[in-house]
Design a protein around this ligand. Structure first.
Ligand SMILES: Cc1ncc(COP(=O)(O)O)c(C=O)c1O
Length: 284
């Protein structure tokens, strides 16, 4: 099955010209997006994704009106119907629409809405490298899922060139923060610990659900401030690692910076718990 794409109210071909060359999302990355998991054709956690999309746009100074949100939902349903009963991912992108060539905005424009879905598979395990770059926890767009993802593109390409499939970043204070497209948990001392949001990480939906579902199901999982050097304990075999995202669910990391590492027992339990519950709750 090919990728199904919907732009501003209609299904379009993947290589059909549909966006203005002056769309501010293209010229300066002035937009926000969400990537949702699709489970058997159902879009998982759509309410949470739409809430975060609204928050990201608000952080950019853009208001997602009721009408804009209705357009997003219409696009989601149209694409989900067209793509069928797949396991995969569905992306919603909203930009500020046509704008000037520079960073300033043209007021009163119509937002661009793009929804696209495709089948994809999730690997049960991940491999990561420590990134030489950092997340700026004091950035103007910290915690927003904006379409300005070039930093993540560069860091991920570096990770792939070094044999990994995710790069792990610290922040400017030297604390562990997140991956280029995932949150991170360290299994240490009989607990699963994840950096708090003030580390500069995205408020991941998979992260939040693992904290909630873990807490409700006896899994010792919580937020904690972790130094980036905690990854030394992982390579030394004294701690374990997992990453979470809508594209990965809960994924134990079994390779870090060239060294094979063991998946921890709590990490494996977290993966099993999430695998089970995300199939039982479509919109938790
Ligand atoms: C930078 C970043 N951190 C974390 C995540 C994980 O968030 P979620 O679990 O909502 O997919 C993502 C998702 O793509 C991301 O881009």
């Amino acid at each position: 099955m090919d990728t199904v794409v919907w732009v501003n109210d209609r299904l379009v071909g993947t290589d059909e010209g549909t966006l203005s060359a002056l769309d501010h999302g293209i010229t300066v990355g002035d937009g926000a997006f969400e990537t949702c998991t699709v489970v058997g054709g159902s879009v998982f956690a759509l309410t949470r994704h739409l809430r975060r999309l609204r928050r990201s746009l608000q952080g950019l100074g853009l208001d997602l009106t009721v009408g804009d949100e209705a357009r997003c939902i219409k696009g989601v349903h149209t694409v989900a119907d067209a793509v069928g009963a797949i396991d995969g991912r569905l992306r919603i992108t909203v930009t500020s629409g046509v704008g000037p060539l520079g960073s300033g905005r043209q007021p009163g424009g119509r937002y661009t809405v793009v929804v696209a879905a495709q089948a994809s598979e999730m690997a049960p395990e991940g491999s990561a490298v420590r990134s030489p770059w950092v997340r700026n926890e004091r950035s103007a767009v910290v915690g927003l899922k904006t379409t300005s993802y070039a930093e993540n593109v560069v860091a991920l390409a570096d990770a792939v060139a070094r044999g990994g499939d995710e790069a792990l970043l610290g922040n400017t204070r030297g604390e562990l923060c997140e991956g280029t497209g995932s949150n991170v948990f360290v299994e240490v001392g009989g607990e699963l610990l994840t950096p708090p949001l003030d580390s500069g990480c995205l408020a991941g939906i998979t992260r939040a659900l693992l904290l909630e579902w873990g807490g409700q199901n006896g899994l010792p999982v919580r937020e904690a401030v972790l130094p980036f050097t905690v990854l030394d304990a992982v390579t030394a075999g004294d701690a374990h690692l997992l990453v979470t995202s809508s594209g990965r669910n809960v994924q134990p990391v079994t390779w870090l910076d060239g060294a094979t590492i063991a998946a921890g027992p709590l990490s494996l339990a977290a993966r099993a718990l999430f695998d089970r519950l995300h199939r039982q709750h479509v919109d938790p």
